[in-house]
Design a protein around this ligand. Structure first.
Ligand code: ZN
Ligand code: ZN
Ligand code: ZN
Length: 481
């Protein structure tokens, strides 16, 4: 059952009791409802519904007040973080007051309820922080959670991590970048923890191993120092019919501290017989099962963060997406750096240091008059995602991909075809980002000639081609954003 009903305050309540593909359904457009009510008494089913219908990741529900059945109070675990209240009657005074408070605060800070589908973890993080700001939850407090990836997690983030909205490395980069930009501020240091360098999970076992052969079957015993003759050897060498007798001077040992002491312990490897004082500590990650030396673990500061006042206004601003993608994609670089890199590759190629072809892919959007359109952040994000191993840049209303197809035999044909295929796929994926009347084109340039043609090549990068290799037109059947 899914319906829309008015409450006594004149707000339109979307009422549903089972999972529903709301974002994909044409029947319930975003502008038809102000509030969501999930009327299901099962905590598990409600969580399943919330995986899609929630005020963070659903394009139609974002930032809207959301209520669930009162019997679920205390039963939703971390999902509690994305619920505004527990109620069975949407005309209850407290519920109506809460709805009005949330809507008026959201209006005051200027958050609109229509958002694009989330294409990247970066967009997800912005969406979640906007949601937290809309709920005045600007303090991010990590909690210990035995079932969570990094041991310490911010519960509302963890809900979405488990749904696959981001990778741990992306999360750490996001937080660090927000701190550097002054949008987040650490208000309290909690702990420095150590994470698996392969997968960044925290659940690690420590294993003592032999420094010589690396095996962990080790015997440990104490070492005895006999004062009289200065003999130092493992305890078993003193064993004599249940008593201790010095293997060197054959005197019986009686009083610890008077005629002998135990200065240290010694380890003996059962595999190779090596004896040693300090075993080597290795770690096994219970998540990815990889072994590492203890000193390879990644130290990570766990802190309480608050979203600063500057952060709150920047994050709410519609331009945020554009200003931060450069920080979130390792492969995006500024255009002058991109050009320098191409020059460098070109010089290397012509001097014979690298064998292969230097290619630059160019993608651009034209409007119905055939004019190029300004670069859109979501388009660049797509390019970064589709070409994770290439440098991506943007300028002159063109998005660029730089690559070198290496081949020592000189046969680069297959690599070039793959590059073209990827460019074709990217412009098709980008159809969700364009408006009626627009088209997306690509072409690619292959560096040829000799040293003297490098500058011509670089100049030509500034221009679009009148005969692109491939174009796709706006398609009304492809859902826009
Ligand atoms: Zn002795
Ligand atoms: Zn050994
Ligand atoms: Zn791991």
């Amino acid at each position: 059952m899914i319906t829309i009903q008015n409450n006594d305050g004149g707000r339109r309540v979307l009422l549903l009791d089972s999972p529903f593909a709301l974002d994909e359904s044409p029947d319930f457009p975003e502008y038809l409802f102000d509030v969501i009510f999930i009327a299901n008494e099962s905590a598990e089913e409600t969580k399943t519904i919330l995986n899609h219908i929630n005020p963070v990741t659903s394009s139609k529900c974002c930032y809207k007040p959301l209520f669930v059945a009162s019997s679920l109070n205390g039963k939703l675990g971390n999902y509690d973080e994305i619920v505004d209240g527990y109620a069975d009657d949407w005309n209850n005074m407290d519920v109506m007051t809460k709805i009005e408070d949330l809507i008026s605060y959201r209006t005051k800070i200027g958050l609109t309820t229509q958002e694009d589908p989330i294409l990247s973890s970066n967009q997800f993080f912005i969406r979640l922080t906007r949601y937290l700001i809309s709920r005045k939850k600007t303090e991010l407090v990590p909690k210990l959670d035995v079932s969570a990836s990094t041991g310490y997690v911010i519960p509302v983030f963890d809900v979405f991590y488990r749904l696959g909205h981001y990778e741990l490395s992306e999360y750490f980069v996001f937080v660090q970048s927000m701190v550097e930009k002054g949008m987040f501020r650490s208000t309290k240091f909690v702990h420095k923890v150590h994470l698996c360098p392969s997968c960044l999970h925290s659940h690690i076992l420590y294993v003592h191993t032999c420094p010589k052969c690396g095996q962990s079957s080790i015997q440990t015993e104490e070492v005895i120092h006999h004062f009289r003759c200065d003999n130092v050897s493992p305890e078993h060498t003193y064993s004599f019919g249940g008593q201790l007798r010095c293997p060197k001077c054959h005197q019986m040992l009686r009083h610890i501290g008077v005629d002998y002491d135990r200065p240290t312990t010694i380890h003996t490897c059962n595999t190779c017989g090596n004896t040693f004082i300090e075993p080597k500590v290795k770690t096994i990650c219970t998540s990815c099962q990889k072994m590492h030396d203890a000193d390879e673990l990644i130290p990570q500061d766990i802190s309480i963060y608050e979203i600063t006042a500057e952060g709150r206004s920047s994050i709410i601003s519609p331009n945020i997406g554009f200003s931060i993608y450069t920080e979130f994609y390792d492969n995006y670089i500024e255009y002058n750096r991109f050009v320098n890199r191409i020059r460098l590759l070109a010089e290397q190629k012509f001097s014979g240091n690298i064998k292969g072809d230097v290619l630059v892919g160019k993608m651009w959007i034209l409007n119905e008059k055939g004019e190029t359109m300004p670069i859109r952040p979501e388009f660049i994000e797509l390019a970064c995602l589709y070409f994770p191993n290439n440098k991506v840049s943007a300028a002159n209303n063109i998005t660029y991909i730089g690559t070198i197809i290496r081949n020592y035999t000189g046969d680069t044909e297959e690599g070039i075809i793959n590059f073209q295929v990827m460019l074709s796929e990217t412009i098709r994926a980008a159809l969700t980002t364009i408006e009626p009347g627009e088209r997306i084109c690509y072409t690619y340039m292959k560096l040829q000639g000799n040293q003297s043609t490098i500058e011509d090549f670089v100049k030509e990068m500034n221009f679009i081609s009148q005969s692109p290799d491939d174009c796709v037109d706006y398609d009304p059947t492809i859902k826009k954003k």
